[in-house]
Ligand binder design. Structure first.
Ligand code: IFM
Length: 473
């Protein structure tokens, strides 16, 4: 496909006072199983690595776990009703592997599959397109006990699981994402250890990244063989990356972090090769002997869409942090690079708000890789919310969405094929190592009563969807 020929489908209608998105733009919101479902021990579900991790003292803030979360497993009808009120065109959710295949291999747990059938049927009844993610970090514990993602066999187990879920739900779901943010599964799970399973081994983290990608490729091949008409993709969390200054050490630090955050996934998946500079940077940690002949062909199995999750930018300096040397790190081989802030406004996660970074990421992917339809599969922000008179006013979250949607529009006007946007998140939920202390939702959850209150950002988003665009500024 010739990129230069891509029509500029986003139009700014002078005089209409609106910044319109292309017709058919897929407006959605996203969640993930362990973050919202609860019902951790019923209907045959068994523990995942996140159940084990969150029940290990000291791993999750406040000792929180996903045991109950938003109790979405029992309240999914009410939640789909709220989605319909928002006018969502699509809902991105993930399937809990340990709910549908509790041991990570072998037969299916029909009760688990039935839950997702009920959920999908409810969505379809409301005219909401289901968008299914197979893996959002909840590896069945028995697979971790057998070696987890650093073990090659886990890739094969994942492809079997994908086939099983696709076989059960492929008659009603068309959009299939294999992995959500393999960077987090590999480098936070096996590098810094701040995510489950909490391993701190640089070489393991790189092996995990490879086997996650291999599992992705095998899964796409297996599912596509059954239903070539479906859309298959993967979701990567990509960052804009900049050097703090234009000094040679800072520029090199930015190259390294871009390599480990972005290109270590983009290049194998979209180009069928590892970036050579990243391979060289990794030499002190691993020689990548786990990469076998033919793996990269599998990993580069063509995609129907690429999901991009965007939150912020990394600004880095190569002047080493004196105290960082021996800390477990999610940057294998580049452990001493310093992450700096620029004094921009930050969200409750401490992440700088940088909407231009989203334009940069989108244009970069479109310029440097073969063209593929892009969906923003997550974008959003955590802020502290107050409930006042049964209402939640969240102007900062609303402004974050607004700025990033303008960024999407700008990218589209430059010819980037952005086809949809999923707000993170539909509702407040279990924010991993931060427990329930961070709120990303457009719908407020009272975790004591399970009362749902749509925030002002939700009402605003409903209006954006209704008009398929934003008011001009
Ligand atoms: O909550 C997470 C989600 O599970 C994956 N992407 C980032 C979100 C915010 O940290």
């Amino acid at each position: 496909m010739t990129k230069a020929a891509t029509p500029q489908t986003a139009e700014f209608r002078e005089g209409s006072g609106q910044l319109l998105f292309p017709p058919g733009f897929l407006w959605g919101a996203a969640t993930a199983a362990y973050q919202i479902e609860g019902a951790a021990n019923i209907d045959g579900r068994k523990p995942s690595i996140w159940d084990t991790f969150s029940h290990t003292p000291g791993k999750v803030l406040g000792g929180d776990s996903g045991d109950v979360a938003c109790d979405h497993y029992h309240r999914y009808r009410e939640d789909v009703g709220l989605m319909a009120e928002l006018g969502l065109k699509s809902y991105r959710f993930s399937v809990s592997w340990p709910r549908v295949q509790p041991d990570g291999s072998g037969g299916a747990n029909q009760a688990g599959l039935d839950f997702y059938r009920r959920l999908v049927d409810e969505l379809l009844a409301q005219g909401i397109e289901p968008w299914l993610t197979l893996y959002h970090w909840d590896l069945p514990q028995p697979l971790e006990d057998a070696g987890g993602w650093p073990a090659r066999d886990t890739a094969a187990r994942f492809a079997d699981y994908a086939e099983l879920v696709h076989g059960a739900l492929g008659d009603r779901v068309r959009y299939w994402t294999t992995l959500n943010e393999p960077w987090c599964s590999s480098f936070l799970g096996y590098g810094s250890g701040v995510h489950a399973p909490g391993i701190t081994d640089g070489a393991d983290s790189v092996r995990a990244a490879h086997h996650l990608m291999l599992g992705h490729g095998l899964a796409v091949q297996a599912m596509r063989a059954a239903r070539p008409d479906h859309d298959f993709g993967v979701t990567l969390n990509l960052y804009a990356v900049s050097p703090e200054t234009d000094s040679a050490v800072d520029v090199d630090a930015a190259r390294r972090i871009d390599g480990l955050a972005n290109r270590i996934f983009l290049d194998p998946i979209l180009l069928g090769r590892y970036p050579q500079d990243v391979v060289a940077d990794l030499q002190p940690v691993t020689d990548l002997a786990h990469v076998r002949e033919g793996d990269l062909d599998v990993i580069a199995t063509p995609l129907n869409m690429l999901g991009i999750n965007y939150y912020s930018r990394h600004v880095v300096s190569g002047a080493p942090a004196p105290d960082a040397a021996d800390e477990p790190s999610c940057w294998p081989g580049s452990e001493r690079i310093r992450f700096v802030t620029r004094g921009l406004p930050v969200t409750d996660m401490g992440w700088e708000v940088d909407a231009p970074g989203l334009v940069e990421v989108l244009r970069r992917v479109n310029d440097e890789y073969p063209e593929v339809p892009i969906y923003i599969t997550e974008n959003g922000s955590a802020y502290v919310d107050d409930v006042v008179n049964d209402k939640v006013d969240d102007p900062d979250r609303l402004a974050y969405f607004d700025a990033h949607l303008r960024a999407c529009h700008e990218a589209i006007s430059h010819g980037v094929p952005v086809r949809g946007y999923f707000a993170w998140s539909l509702m407040d939920n279990f924010e991993w190592a931060w427990g329930y202390s961070k709120r990303f939702g457009m719908i407020h959850i009272d975790y004591d009563t399970q009362l749902r209150i749509p925030k002002s950002s939700a009402r605003w988003y409903a209006d954006v969807i209704r008009r398929n665009g934003l008011a001009a500024q």
